[in-house]
Design a protein around this ligand. Structure first.
Ligand SMILES: C[S@@+](CC[C@H](N)C(=O)[O-])C[C@H]1O[C@@H](n2cnc3c(N)ncnc32)[C@H](O)[C@@H]1O
Length: 363
């Protein structure tokens, strides 16, 4: 595996880091400025932190995290918050380099530099994270692994237990497609070749995403969203998987994803065959939008007609689980209102779904 820090970050890496930065911008104020705080301790983990910069001086994840935090340094002090940043990398020389760069910047933050294997470290600190109500403390975890090995079923299930933890992990989904039949590989991820649509290799991250999504027990409140990444001039697809236990978390992530990808809200390329400007029109389907939106609207209508969803909050939650936004659901709801299929006076909203009462019925 090529060392990411021995060259300039490529375009897909830059987007990965942009997503990290933009999400942190949304996440931090929620936990740092909340009026009624039920916590003092807040944790941010960068488990595969690297050495800080690429060869062109572009900042990597730990620098991005710290620069975002810097904006809140005074607020953190004033509110007596105990914000802890944990930066880890297995490579001793990288973590030493990172430490010296950061110490020179004199950040007045509680930063721990660790030099451990991710799995060993995670399993070492996990019991403390789930004991004495600590599973309710706000945490953000960035798991920027090489390849696919580290976010196993066991680690994913552990993340699912941390009730106020948002996480973002990277995975080389095309490796899964390529090596899934190897016994050695099945130790890490149990997806078989048949799960992939070989005519759509560029959608392989969706298959990997579904594998993790299917792991979530039915009663658990955990929302996931994928973001596929492709390097310019290559066909290999990687991806991010975001997870949050909170409707506000998934809403913020999906808004960011749709800002980056106005066609499908989930890739840095045209993942879902939207008919792009200048391309041939499909005579058999005049709808030029991404297939995802077309399927979403169709399924949403069916769910409402069959009374499988009967509240407004249920509709928007369904949209998030589909990787769509309230504005996409509202297109369907407006049409159904006009046709008298749902209550005409129902007030549609497009944000802060977590605040919506669960008893607003559609009919
Ligand atoms: C994709 S790079 C991380 C890049 C970093 N997030 C950034 O933005 O600069 C992966 C890093 O994981 C480290 N690494 C590899 N195996 C590891 C392990 N088992 N545990 C922790 N770190 C590991 C590597 O040394 C490398 O710096």
């Amino acid at each position: 595996m090529a060392d990411i820090h021995s060259e300039g970050f490529d375009d897909a890496t830059q987007i990965k880091l942009k997503i990290l930065k933009e999400y942190l911008k949304e996440w931090l104020p929620v936990f740092l400025r909340k009026k009624e705080k039920f916590w003092i301790d807040i944790f941010i983990y960068d488990f595969f932190a690297g050495e800080g910069f690429d060869t062109n001086g572009n900042p990597g994840s730990p620098i991005i995290i710290l620069e975002e935090l810097l904006k809140y340094q005074n607020g953190i002090k004033k509110e007596n918050l105990n914000l802890k940043v944990i930066l880890n990398d297995i490579d001793e020389s990288k973590i030493k380099k990172l430490e010296s760069v950061i110490r020179a910047k004199n950040f007045e933050l509680d930063i721990k530099f660790l030099n451990q294997d991710f799995t060993v470290l995670f399993n070492e600190i996990y019991p403390e994270m789930v004991s004495n109500g600590n599973d309710r403390l706000p945490r953000f975890m960035f798991i920027d692994q090489y390849g696919v090995k580290y976010v196993t079923k066991d680690i994913f299930n552990k993340l699912a237990e941390l009730k106020r933890t948002d996480f973002l992990f990277f995975i080389s989904s095309h490796f899964v497609k390529r090596f899934s039949e190897l016994t050695e590989f099945k130790k890490y991820i149990e997806i078989s070749k048949a799960d992939f649509d070989l005519t759509k290799p560029y959608q392989c991250h969706r298959v990997v995403f579904d594998y993790f999504k299917d792991m979530i027990p039915e009663h658990k409140e955990l929302y996931l969203a994928p973001f596929s990444l492709q390097k310019e001039n290559t066909s290999n697809v990687y991806g991010l998987i975001f997870g949050s236990h909170n409707l506000l978390g998934i809403e913020k992530f999906l808004k960011l994803a749709w800002k980056l990808d106005g066609n499908a809200g989930e890739a840095n390329f045209n993942i879902d065959e939207a008919i792009l400007e200048g391309q041939t029109f499909d005579l058999f389907n005049p709808d030029t939008r991404a297939k995802k939106l077309q399927f979403f609207e169709k399924e949403l209508k069916e769910q409402i007609k069959e009374k499988k969803i009967n509240t407004l909050k249920g509709i928007y939650t369904f949209a998030f689980n589909y990787g769509c936004l309230p504005i996409h659901a509202n297109v369907v709801l407006k049409e159904m209102k006009e046709k008298g299929l749902i209550k005409k006076d129902i007030k549609l909203v497009s944000s802060s779904i977590h605040k919506l009462e669960g008893n607003i019925y559609l009919k």
